[in-house]
Write a protein that binds this ligand. Sequence first.
Ligand code: HSE
Length: 300
Amino acid sequence: MFSVKVPASTSNLGCGFDTFGLALSLYNEFFFERSDRFIVEIEGEGRHLHKDENNLLLKAYLKACEYFGKDPKPTRVVQKNRIPTGRGLGSSATAIIGGITAFEVLHGEKLSQEEKLKLSLSMEPHPDNLFPALLGGFVISLWDGERLVYTKLDFPEDIKVVVAVPDFELSTSMARSVLEQNVSLSDAVNNIQRASLMVACLCNKEYHLLKEAVKDRLHQPYRAKLIPGFFKVIDRAYQEGALAVFLSGAGPSVASFSNRNFENIGKAMVRAFEEEGIIAKYLLLDVDQEGAKVYEGSHS
Ligand code: HSE
């Protein structure tokens, strides 16, 4: 009947903890058709995910129905998932945005971006994956539980994102549990300086500054211990000419920006993981500029 295609995302980009998010050209697609009851089927990645009422996409759809006072319409949903789950690539955000977008189509409602974002945030309080999944592009956002502010920035077209994806999952809650709740003034200043620098050097295309800009002291140093070979993977990517290398979201994937040598960077990152006994693969991705899209009929 219709499908919703939602992009993966990488967030934080090193220095922009809980603030920067970038949509990527890797997609989960959700195919919906009316049915006499709710049925969820999952193909590709995340086949272990819930297929009952605990399915995240279904929960997001039902939440939207409840919020807007509509009776749910039973549907059969086939999830064609290409985004590896639990790797810091925004897979859950795609399900939440997919469910809310499906609500709009199934009920003929047109929600504002703000309504969709606020609804999505009630399911997962991290705008840095949700916003790029909905809007595409490079999104800078803040959400303090009440106020929602975001802006979208042009991202240079000649930069690709090479992501090394290790063969293990890391939950966001685990990756957040190792963080310090109170940080030093010098660490806070470090990140303010570098996040500002990153925005400026992406706008000005001063790529030689990205390696300095990406340096983080708020989350990566703590999360590194959960990811064998993390610093080695970063070093190898730089050796092959990457412009900036960082933990993708809460991890465990490691992402890099580059405008050349893409394959060599990917292979070097994978080799570094393998030297630590971790199987990994790499993905060569562009930035998605469109965000979630609806297709009528049986697009695939
Ligand atoms: N900014 C979040 C984190 C991303 O690093 O924990 C996960 O949604």
